[in-house]
Design a protein around this ligand. Structure first.
Ligand SMILES: [Zn+2]
Length: 286
C-alpha cells in the first residue's frame, strides 16, 4: 500500500527522502538569512539615527530633524495657483507655491548663488536635509566647483536665469536668452538640463512661461514662505506653514544678512521640526 505520510503504518520512523531533507535545510537557511538581514537593517537604522542625533547636536539644532515619509506612489497633480495664471496658461509650466499633499512635509529651495559657504554644504550633507537650488549664471560662474559638490551630494541644480533680470520688462527674445541660456549653461557645466525654473523676484508674464517651455522647463515653482537668518516671512494671512509648502531662502552670508547660511538653516529646521514637519525633496513630488 502506498502512503503519503512519512510515518509508516507500523509506527516505525521512515527517514525522509534526501530531497525532502534538502528542502527543509534550504527553508531553515532562508529563514536564518532573513533574520540576519532584518538585524543588519535594524543596526543600520540605529547607526543612521545615532549619526543624525550627533549631527543635529554638532550643528546646534534644538531637535533632530524628522525623516520625511516615503513620497506618494502617484505624483500629485500640480496646477497653477489661483490668481497666478497668465493668459492661455493651459499647457504652459504650472506656477505654484505649495505641492498638494496631506503629508507633513515642506520643501526647501535656495536661490541665486552669491554665497559659497563650505560649512553649508557640510551641514546639509551631515544632516541629510534635501533642498533644491535655483541658480543665476552670473553668480555661479566664478566658482562652478562649489555647485558641482552640491550636485554630487544629490541636490538638483535648477534655472534662475543668466543675469537675474526683471523678466516682464524684457522682450520675448531677451527673456528666452536669459532662460534658455541658463539651461545651456547648466547642461554644459553640470551635464543635466533643468526642468524647474524660478523667475527672479517671482515675476513673470506669458512670454516668460512660453520661453521657459521652449527649452525644456516643466514647472515654475514659487514659494509660500521665505526664511532669513533672523526671521520668517509668509505669503498667507495665517502666517503658518502648511503641508507641501515651498520655502524660499538664498545663498547669502554676512555680506547680505546678519549671519551665515548655517544660521539660516538652523532657523528653518528649528521651526519646521518643532511643528512636526519633515523636509522632503521637491523633485520626488513632481
Ligand atoms: Zn533670485
Amino acid at each position: 500500500m502506498v502512503s503519503g505520510c512519512a510515518q509508516g503504518g507500523d509506527g516505525s520512523d521512515v527517514p525522509p527522502a534526501a530531497g525532502q531533507q534538502q528542502a527543509k535545510a534550504d527553508r531553515q537557511r532562508a529563514k536564518a538569512d532573513r533574520q540576519r538581514a532584518k538585524e543588519r537593517h535594524a543596526a543600520k537604522l540605529r547607526a543612521a539615527h545615532k549619526a543624525r542625533v550627533a549631527a543635529a547636536k554638532r550643528w546646534g539644532l534644538k531637535k533632530v530633524p524628522l525623516l520625511p515619509p516615503r513620497p506618494p506612489a502617484g505624483k500629485p497633480e500640480i496646477t497653477t495657483r489661483k490668481g497666478f495664471e497668465v493668459d492661455g496658461h493651459d499647457g504652459l509650466p504650472p506656477v505654484f507655491t505649495t505641492v498638494p499633499t496631506k503629508q507633513k512635509v515642506v520643501f526647501l529651495t535656495i536661490d541665486d548663488g552669491a554665497e559659497k559657504d563650505p560649512a553649508f554644504l557640510r551641514m546639509m550633507s551631515e544632516l541629510k536635509v534635501p533642498y533644491t537650488a535655483f541658480l543665476s549664471g552670473f553668480l555661479v560662474k566664478d566658482d562652478y566647483g562649489y555647485f558641482e559638490k552640491m550636485q554630487t551630494g544629490g541636490v538638483v541644480l535648477n534655472n534662475h536665469t543668466l543675469r537675474h533680470p526683471y523678466l516682464p520688462g524684457l522682450s520675448y527674445a531677451r527673456q528666452k536668452r536669459e532662460i534658455c541660456g541658463m539651461q545651456d549653461m547648466i547642461e554644459k557645466r553640470y551635464g543635466k538640463r533643468p526642468t524647474l525654473f524660478r523667475p527672479p523676484f517671482g515675476s513673470y508674464n506669458e512670454d516668460t512661461l512660453h520661453a521657459a517651455r521652449s527649452c525644456g522647463i516643466k514647472y515654475a515653482p514659487l514659494w509660500n514662505e521665505e526664511v532669513f537668518v533672523d526671521r520668517w516671512e509668509y505669503r498667507e494671512w495665517d502666517r503658518e506653514i502648511h503641508p507641501g509648502d515651498i520655502v524660499l531662502s538664498h545663498f547669502r552670508g554676512r555680506a547680505h544678512w546678519k549671519g551665515t547660511m548655517p544660521d539660516m538653516v538652523r532657523r528653518f529646521l528649528n521651526k519646521v521640526t518643532a511643528e512636526g514637519y519633515a523636509v522632503a525633496r521637491l523633485e520626488d513630488y513632481l
